[in-house]
Design a protein around this ligand. Structure first.
Ligand code: PMP
Length: 286
């Protein structure tokens, strides 16, 4: 991924892609003192840019550091990077981290860095192709409790168990894995939130120990606008037996219908179709 043409915004200016490098004694590499975002560009515009920039700043504060740029400055830097790349449909990856001035658990004097990269991400699937649904298995790891980790932060360290779970799922031929929370309730996939359709209503795990996704909130609003009731609650895994449709939501996943979780089978149907179409219309509208 590092050997390509293009520019990356790095601590205040665009630098050549191949030159966007850091030292091996970077605190973030050793102690996971980094936070990031994932954003999508549709028709040249970043969808919900300011919400993402705000979440980045907040994620850093939850890890005890302040990004040395305001939300407005991060928005502007992101727009500059997207414009320089010139892609109509793309993915944006801002990342902020503690630098290499101190080596040890404590790193109060470390410099805080910010980089923003953009790469091409066309929409691969037509809404029809998506409707087949993806196959998921159970993750071997649970989402930690909010008093065990800063679970509201999009912190790199929280992805250790996601990578482990995703690798195990893919090794078994599944596309992704569903993680339970610390209580044993349904939580989310390794990089996307979870929704169940039960008798015409949307049920989604209450986001009290994992990321309350920007797509999750968007889909809740779209559903309410359609008159679909939305219930945010603690959902035991057995409730999957009551669900007619299941889907994932996320910036990268958008709305991805699910056909299988463990022993449960689902047939993506009218609710998935409606929300996929509404989401597509919304992101293209800007
Ligand atoms: N949960 C996790 C673990 C994620 O990585 C993501 C993707 N950022 C989400 C949920 C969905 O969040 P969003 O809709 O803001 O992309």
């Amino acid at each position: 991924f590092d050997d390509r043409d293009g520019s990356i915004w790095f601590d205040g200016a665009l630098v050549p892609w191949r030159d966007a490098k850091i030292h091996v004694l970077t605190h973030a590499l050793h102690y996971a003192s980094s936070v990031f975002e994932g954003e999508r560009v549709y028709d040249g515009r970043v969808f919900k840019l300011t919400e993402h920039s705000e979440r980045l700043v907040n994620s850093a504060r939850l890890l005890g550091f302040e990004i040395p740029y305001s939300v407005a400055e991060i928005d502007a830097a992101t727009r500059q990077t997207v414009a320089a790349a010139g892609f109509a449909d793309a993915y944006v990856r801002p990342v902020a981290w503690r630098g290499s001035e101190m080596m040890g658990v404590a790193a109060q004097a470390s410099r805080i860095h910010l980089a923003i990269a953009v790469w091409q991400w066309p929409s691969y699937f037509s809404p029809e192709a998506k409707m087949a649904g993806i196959r998921l298995t159970w993750a071997p790891w649970r989402r930690p409790a909010p008093d065990s980790a800063p679970t509201a932060s999009k912190a790199s360290g929280l992805y250790m168990i996601c990578t482990l779970s995703k690798h195990e799922a893919e090794a078994q031929g599944y596309q992704d894995a569903i993680m339970l929370d610390h209580r044993g309730h349904l939580a989310e996939a390794t990089g996307a939130n979870l929704f169940l359709v039960i008798d015409g209503a949307l049920h989604t795990p209450a986001a009290d120990c994992f990321l309350d996704g920007i797509t999750r909130r968007t889909v809740i609003d779209l559903a309410k606008a359609r008159g679909i009731p939305v219930v945010e609650r603690h959902i035991p895994p057995e409730d999957l037996a009551k669900a007619q449709e299941v889907f994932l939501t996320g910036t990268a996943a958008e709305i991805t219908p699910v056909s299988e979780i463990g022993e449960h089978r689902f047939t993506p149907g009218r609710v998935c179709e409606t929300l996929v179409a509404d989401y597509d219309a919304l992101v293209r509208k800007g």
